[in-house]
Ligand binder design. Structure first.
Ligand code: KG4
Ligand code: ZN
Length: 358
């Protein structure tokens, strides 16, 4: 680990995990997470007000835990990074306010960064610096996107995204339909291992000749699964949960990997990274590896703990911002629930930078 690499603390509160990470350059020093997922379980999805309150309660102890884990003092830091968006407005606000308070009190630069760019950058902690360009397939409960990443601190281009449900959302909704609880991805992944992926021919969304090449759609698939399950129940037959899980999962990962590999070939990019919570899916990882091997593409997927929301990914992008001398954010940084992915961070204007320097 190079001692002169920037030491950055990252705060992530865009959804239901309060994540605080500490990174030096591309080296992970601490990754502390407090989750409110169990409080949301009985509602079948994340309740924004519950998430915000949980962030508020967890923030200070989680920051302390991360600093202890990293074995550093807050005064050693070169910067504080925070997710400025996209995400749940109230939840983001807790993180942004905390980051401002720490940055101001410690006299350190503040970096408001993009949640999606952080999901991509986290792979640097696992596999070293990202090759430029890298194609990124981001799949989580809130997003499904194909992003051509030319410079993770400044230039991320969106090639396609879901036009309805996100991939993880589809897993969660199908799991609810099958009474498997929340979040749905890990349970379906487990059941699918004992099922037949070819048992039921579920539709592959947006794969027709006239469909947009890089966009995704999962709501038709969700409806197809729902109709199939309802028909079984009406007929008084048992629902084969393992086969439904395997066939549904196959339909999702088939489309994701097919479109990601196609994007790499079309754009002449030979590195694909997959991030976001759904990247933890065992079948997605296996099929992506198979198809990338066949196409001569190098696949990079971080370990599952780094794929789901965490603070280390924010710290990783913050460290890259410092290393590349990107402008910090102003202290009036606000949370932006729909921050576009092309805004990798929220730099202060020229005038604000001038004021910050005074
Ligand atoms: O990235 P993440 O932690 O939070 C968001 O930003 O959404 O992703 C959470 C999503 C949930 O929808 C969850 O069901 C899904 O990731 N997920 C999975 C798996 N593990 C988590 N989906 C499929 N297979 C998995 N093994
Ligand atoms: Zn996320």
């Amino acid at each position: 680990m190079a001692a002169d690499e920037p030491l950055v603390l990252g705060i992530e509160t865009s959804c239901d995990e309060t994540g605080v990470g500490v990174v030096r350059g591309t080296t992970l020093l601490a990754d502390a997470v407090a989750s409110s997922v169990e409080e949301h379980g009985r509602y079948g999805g994340v309740v924004p007000e519950i998430a915000s309150r949980a962030h508020l309660e967890a923030m200070v102890p989680t920051v302390q835990r991360a600093l202890d884990q990293a074995g550093i003092k807050a005064s050693d830091l070169d910067g504080i990074a925070v997710t400025a968006g996209p995400g749940l407005a109230g939840a983001l606000l807790v993180g942004v306010s905390a980051a401002k308070a720490y940055a101001y009190a410690l006299g350190k630069p503040l970096y408001g960064v993009n949640h999606l760019a952080s999901h991509i950058c986290v792979d640097q902690l696992e596999h070293g610096r990202l090759p430029e360009p890298t194609m990124a397939l981001l799949v989580s409960g809130g997003h499904s996107s194909l992003l051509l990443t030319e410079d993770i601190t400044s230039t991320v281009r969106s090639l396609g995204a879901t036009i309805d449900d996100a991939a993880g959302e589809a897993f969660d909704k199908v799991a609810r339909l099958l009474n498997l609880g929340f979040p749905g991805g890990p349970v379906i992944d487990r059941y699918a291992r004992e099922g037949d992926p070819a048992a039921i021919a579920f539709p592959r969304g947006l794969t027709g000749a006239k469909d947009p090449v890089y966009d995704f759609s999962f709501s038709g698939l969700k409806t197809a699964v729902s109709r199939w399950v309802e028909a079984k129940r009406r007929a008084g037959e048992d629902v084969p949960v393992r086969d439904v899980s395997a066939s549904f999962q196959e339909a999702v990962v088939d489309v994701l990997t097919r479109k990601a590999v196609r994007a790499c070939k079309d754009e002449g990019v030979d590195h694909l990274m997959i991030g976001g919570g759904v990247a933890a899916n065992s079948r997605l990882r296996a099929l992506a590896q198979e198809r990338c091997d066949r196409a001569g593409i190098t696949l990079r997927v971080p370990r599952p703990k780094l794929c789901t929301d965490n603070g280390a990914m924010v710290a990783a992008l913050g460290a890259e911002m410092v290393r590349r001398d990107r402008a910090p954010s102003a202290f009036d940084l606000s949370a932006d629930s729909s921050l576009p992915v092309t805004d990798t961070h929220v730099p202060a204007s020229h005038d604000e930078l001038h004021r910050l320097a005074e």
